[in-house]
Design a protein around this ligand. Sequence first.
Ligand SMILES: Cc1cc2nc3c(=O)[nH]c(=O)nc-3n(C[C@H](O)[C@H](O)[C@H](O)COP(=O)(O)O)c2cc1C
Ligand SMILES: [Mn+2]
Length: 497
Amino acid sequence: MAYKDLRGWLEKMDEMNELVRINGAHWNLEAGAVTALAGNRMVLFDEFPGYPPGYRVLASSSRDKKERFFVTANWSTEAEGLALTRAWLDRLREFKPVPPKWVDSGPIKENIIRGDDVDVLRFPVPIRHEKEAGRYIGTGHTVILKDPDTGRINLGTYRMQVHDGKTLGIHASEGKDGRIILDRYKELGKPCPIVAMVGIDPATFFASIAHCVHLGDVTELDFLGWLKGQPEEIFAGEFTGLPILANAEIAIEGEIPPDKLRMEGPFAEWVGYCQPREFPFVNVKTIYHRNDPILTVALGEGSRPPGKAGLRSDFRTAAMIWDQMERAGVRGIKGVASNSRRLIVVSIKNMYAGQSRQAGLIASQCHAGAYGNAWVIVVDEDIDPNNTTDVLWAVLMRTEPKRALQVLEYCWASHLIIQDPSYVQKADYAMRPEKATYMSRVIIDACKPLEWAPSWHEDVHIKPELKVQALKKWGDILGSGPTPGDRSVVGGGGGAV
Ligand SMILES: Cc1cc2nc3c(=O)[nH]c(=O)nc-3n(C[C@H](O)[C@H](O)[C@H](O)COP(=O)(O)O)c2cc1C
Ligand SMILES: [Mn+2]
């Protein structure tokens, strides 16, 4: 059954026993530590020191566990591994825009704060990590902007630091739709109207971060309506006229001056700590919130494995890349994995010379794959791209390194990824980070080259029947042994020296 808003979704999480409730944690660092310790469970915080009870924070959300995502997306499957990725891709192919519905009011209007009363610190905005610049109100949120030329509405998640109760930083990376809109307002010399929804349901968050392709007029709001199986209810914000989600928890309206910047960061990014830089900021004009509002944030530990954004493939990003590759005409794709965006692995049925390069280049450049990618590995169909050991095996054993490697320059990057600031000076080409940041990337073509004699590097296996026979004879000494077909027995005890 569908849910309407974050509260409806949380009821379902309670039924599934997914929610931990913590009362009395401090917003200054402590809530972050609690979230890290809660592991894969979600934490709903209440009763922060210095705040009225009921002013809550929900830390991290639905994406970390597929069962929670199934509720979010009103969809589920028994499929696992690559089949799960494919199942989500097939579901994405059923997408039909479900446009939002304009309404006059909604629960988010229960409290409206304007003028001198505006203070975003009326919410218990956490300090997430000790090295961060301050309190971040926008980490599990969405930003709503309007393209000044086309009128198209865009949703995206761009982090927001609290500079003070009436001023918020906004950090949209190069190439993001939101950044393109901000740059355009700057060019026009006009302030950019903005709505930041900082208490939202997980479907809204997912639509905001999903790298949706915009075909025609389709917006993230149409995608959101489709995900939830019902049109999202919106009304026009009184200051900006931009859509505000009527059933969400907290909305902030304001405008971004075109000609001013402020230092923002440092911030613990998915790539590690990111140094401070100058970014635009929002002058807050209006705040809307429900009674007993819930601020939604990303909290917890950094991104190293086994951290949440560690080296696990995210099936949703992988499905999006797979989809876009097929739409670009790549044949024979058997699977895609996307590990922290930095590494994409594609397995293909390699049928003709040049196909593996085509797959690698398009994976690295399609919209869903291009941002933040550094390495693409293309493997044959017998390798599961989710199995990092087998992928590495293919890279080591099926390549002539020089032939396998292709370096691409001047690709879509982010200053976040370039962790060493002196790289900017050391790069071969003139780099002005305030203007442009590029990054190279590498394709590793780890498919068996078609020109190699087929007898070369044929897989070596001991027949399963033979293993079973041996186990019958000596099973009591050997134990149950490795499962038939397990590669660990291949070449064991010497291999090809
Ligand atoms: C937790 C989280 C935080 C994010 N923070 C930022 C950010 O600060 N800046 C940014 O440019 N992208 C950030 N992203 C990624 C964007 O939200 C994502 O690229 C989105 O598709 C952008 O939408 P757009 O393509 O419509 O601009 C974040 C993603 C997640 C999951
Ligand atoms: Mn967009």
